[in-house]
Design a protein around this ligand. Structure first.
Ligand SMILES: Cc1cc2nc3c(=O)[nH]c(=O)nc-3n(C[C@H](O)[C@H](O)[C@H](O)COP(=O)(O)OP(=O)(O)OC[C@H]3O[C@@H](n4cnc5c(N)ncnc54)[C@H](O)[C@@H]3O)c2cc1C
Length: 383
């Protein structure tokens, strides 16, 4: 096993030709959330020298709840200090625990103080599970906590130059550059908000926030709130806030027409068509022509893929919120197998099993032994 070589980062040549696959030995994993942890376990098991870079002070990624929110409630100001997690205080899993474990390491309920035996446990139970996983597989030693990856680019002599910095409280110190044979990107994709476009919103006097910066319902006390979205978070957060808010109105693109419908079982929850405009007098108008005076618009409109550190000279592109070209949502063909992504698909309900399968495929690729049968097996399971 080779250790990563320390080199200065060289300027990237323009449009490098695709390189032949090489047998990677040292692998940098970016992120110590669920994907990064299982990547570390699988790659070390296959004999690679693994370093996991994690900018937080602990493992768990999304599941590390942070009561603090970003300075920009919409999460779009590029100069803001980023808060990684989008969890809100009351969040429970939207999948039963039986569907959320890694292969071979189920999310079973465990005894102990602070454990949550419910089938749909609160978010702290998932964090405890990931911490248990890291401890049981002795992964902490592979993780460089408080270390942010600033840049990843093709190194001149082959491999990937990975530039990092220490994130220590307010100040940043200690930039380092190292070259790795392979890089596995596991930086998550629930941090960079997508925002709905609303005609007239610039002059609308109310407050807008994205669900990324939502934590507790009391902030909506006696407010009239429009929640935009039709996903799990829109409905979950609506139910969370309607205990305190005066009225909650869900604006959904999938409701194409028709007057607002009061939701059965609730006194202050309505379902609407999408917003058509926001007006200077504080009114929000919906596509069906109905309107309301609104205090807050809450965007539960999802997230964008974001790889600010990655320089691939155009070999990997993110456009229209799609990462491409990626073979099996993992490998950019011209850079495979030395660069890969784990956890890209959004609409997967067995994410942790997907992570594990992706890693089986990745470690076989990194050995340059591509098992066709295994690939077909994964394809049949996942597509
Ligand atoms: C509100 C919400 C609810 C959810 N509920 C469920 C659920 O009930 N069930 C379920 O299966 N899934 C759920 N998910 C999906 C959840 O994101 C996945 O379960 C999983 O945690 C994703 O793991 P990940 O490792 O891909 O990303 P993350 O958990 O986001 O981890 C990425 C890690 O990369 C680190 N990182 C990012 N950039 C850098 C950098 N430049 N340098 C160093 N480190 C970096 C981050 O700090 C983070 O620790 C939910 C997501 C959200 C937002």
């Amino acid at each position: 096993m080779s250790s990563p070589a320390r080199h200065p980062v060289s300027p990237s040549p323009l449009l490098l030709p695709p390189r032949a696959p090489r047998c990677a030995r040292s692998v940098a994993v970016i992120g110590a959330g669920a994907a990064g942890l299982v990547a570390a376990r699988e790659l070390r098991r296959e004999g690679f020298s693994v370093v996991v870079f994690e900018r937080l002070g602990t493992v768990g990624g999304t599941w590390v709840y942070d009561a603090d929110v970003e300075s920009d409630p919409m999460g779009t100001d590029p100069s803001r200090a980023v808060v990684h997690s989008s969890l809100y205080e009351s969040l429970r899993t939207n999948l039963p625990r039986e569907c959320m474990g890694f292969l071979g390491y189920p999310l079973v309920s465990r005894d102990g103080e602070g454990r949550d035996p419910r089938r749909f446990p609160g978010h702290r139970e998932v964090l405890r599970y990931l911490e248990d996983f890291a401890r049981d597989f002795d992964l902490y030693g592979l993780v460089r906590l408080g270390t942010e990856v600033m840049e990843v680019e093709m190194a001149e002599g082959g491999g990937w130059a990975v530039r990092t910095r220490q994130v220590t409280g307010e100040s940043d110190a200690g930039c380092t550059s190292e070259v790795y044979d392979g890089v596995v990107v596991c930086n998550g994709h629930y941090t960079e908000p997508r925002i709905a476009e609303i005609p007239g919103v610039e002059a609308w006097p109310g407050k807008q926030i994205h669900s990324h910066t939502y934590r507790v319902p009391l902030t909506f006390l006696d407010q009239v709130v429009v929640v935009i979205g039709n996903g799990l978070s829109a409905f979950d957060i609506s139910r969370d806030i309607l205990r305190f808010a005066k009225e909650v109105h869900i604006a959904s693109r999938s409701r194409g027409s028709g007057a607002p419908v009061k939701q059965p079982g609730y006194d202050n929850l309505w379902l609407h068509t999408m917003i058509s405009s926001a007006e200077e007098d504080g009114t929000v108008v919906f596509l069906d022509g109905s309107s309301l005076h609104v205090d807050v618009i809450l965007h539960c409109t999802g997230y964008k893929y974001h790889f600010p550190f990655l320089k691939t000279n155009g070999h990997v592109i993110v456009d229209d919120n799609r990462v491409h070209p990626l073979y099996k949502h993992i490998f950019p063909p011209s850079l495979a197998p030395s660069l890969s992504f784990i956890g890209i698909p959004w609409k997967v309900y067995l994410k942790y099993i997907l992570f594990t399968f992706s890693l089986y495929l990745l470690s076989t690729q990194l050995h340059s032994l591509f098992f066709v049968f295994f690939s077909l097996y994964v394809t049949l399971l996942l597509e």
